[in-house]
Design a protein around this ligand. Structure first.
Ligand code: PMV
Length: 330
């Protein structure tokens, strides 16, 4: 029996300039460039084994077997890799997240990045980082940014091949931290795949895109010069811009809970008291608090005093997705 197997580890990422809306929904081609950092405490480890004795793909996440929509999405992604490699073998996919599922931390970025790298390797494909990133994008847009390391820019590109992400600075460039305040473990109402489709219906979407070149160049400038107050101001405005579009999309999505609003206001209050921290958000209620390494301990203990914060996940800037020895039995 022939078995082709590989394991990959990828970090999730938080976008500073965000991806919201696809100009090509099927290819997951975004309207705008986006820029993120990889998250050290949020990883997915995935083993993919193609085997002759399997007649369907199989998916296990954190020890639990998945069928239905989750398996279908993984199978469609594996089809792209099978097509490219010229193989027809079905695969067993075993995935583990370092962070508990259901904490509202998006696992699709690290999940599809690890799946892409492991499956491409197991299928015998030898792809460049840019090719892997473009392929990961097909599974989940933000997964494109979880292939390269450190601070990562995803070029919207003009088509499938040139819509990929690359590192703009290594993790050592700037010791930023993302302390995620988990305020709700509830599953979000409108998943991001549907959220991208709803964005075009917002009357605010055109305005967001019109400002995007300026948003990206100022944020890149502040990142290059490690200017946190400037960086933070753009960061907060950008997160609120995405949520303004989501709230006015068709269908509309309100991702915030009362604790989300309380934390955004708390970040402002902490700044007024001399703790330099700024917020950003994903498509969910949890708040990502961005600060420098020197302020992380103070921020974490301030967060522990808030009774509406259920848990915190402290991240440094992490490196690229990589292959690892296979420890799981696929
Ligand atoms: O990759 P997706 O389809 O889950 O979209 C991610 C969307 C945001 O997390 C809200 C923004 C981003 O750029 O990551």
């Amino acid at each position: 029996m022939s078995r082709q197997q590989a394991t990959a580890i990828a970090h999730s990422n938080i976008a500073f300039v965000k991806y919201w809306g696809n100009r090509d929904q099927q290819l997951r081609l975004p309207y705008n460039d986006s820029l993120s950092m990889n998250l050290s405490a949020a990883t997915t480890t995935t083993t993919v084994g193609f085997a002759e004795d399997l007649n369907t793909d199989r998916l296990t996440i954190d020890g639990e077997k998945h069928i239905g929509p989750a398996l279908d999405r993984v199978s469609r992604h594996l089809d792209l890799i099978r097509l490219r490699a010229g193989i027809r073998l079905r695969a067993s996919v075993q995935s583990r997240n370092s962070f508990p599922m259901g904490t509202g931390i998006a696992s699709s970025a690290s999940g599809f990045a690890a799946l892409t790298m492991a499956a491409a390797q197991a299928a015998g494909l030898r792809l460049t980082e840019a090719e892997l990133s473009a392929l990961a994008r097909r599974g989940s847009g933000s997964a494109a940014r979880s292939i390269p390391g450190g601070y990562v820019l995803w070029h919207a590109g003009s088509g499938d091949r040139d819509s990929y992400a690359e590192s703009v600075f290594p993790p050592e460039h700037w010791d930023l931290r993302d302390i995620v305040a988990i305020v709700s473990r509830r599953h979000k109402g409108l998943g991001s795949s549907d959220g991208h489709g709803a964005a075009e219906g917002s009357p605010l979407f055109a305005g967001r895109l019109a400002a995007m070149a300026e948003t990206m160049s100022s944020l890149r400038g502040a990142l290059a010069s490690r200017d946190l107050p400037r960086f933070g101001a753009i960061l907060e405005a950008e997160a609120l811009s995405l949520h303004a579009v989501a709230m006015t999309g068709r269908p509309a999505a309100l991702y915030w809970s009362p604790a989300t609003v309380a934390l955004m206001q708390q970040a402002h209050a902490w700044r007024a008291e001399g703790l330099p921290v700024w917020f950003t958000l994903d498509a969910g209620p949890n708040v990502h608090l961005i600060c420098e390494g020197k302020d992380a301990t103070a921020l974490e203990s301030a967060l522990r005093n808030l009774d509406y914060v259920e848990a915190i996940l402290a991240n440094r800037v992490a490196g690229a997705a990589h292959l690892a020895p296979t420890l799981l039995t696929a």
